[in-house]
Design a protein. Sequence first.
Length: 66
Amino acid sequence: MTDGTQRSEIKIGSEVEVVQKHHQRSGELTEGIVRKILTKSPNHPHGIKVMLEDGIVGRVKKVIHS
């Protein structure tokens, strides 16, 4: 498992856990499959921003399966 700060570790179809903007304080994670990678830079200290297949947008905290 990786921490999700490197864009190269995340692929479309990867199973990930993300934190949504409104859950940043609590740290509540949502699990899903990556539909779209939204962050353009190769890395981001708070996690790469992605859209999951169900439309949820959040920053990746864990990559479960790539």
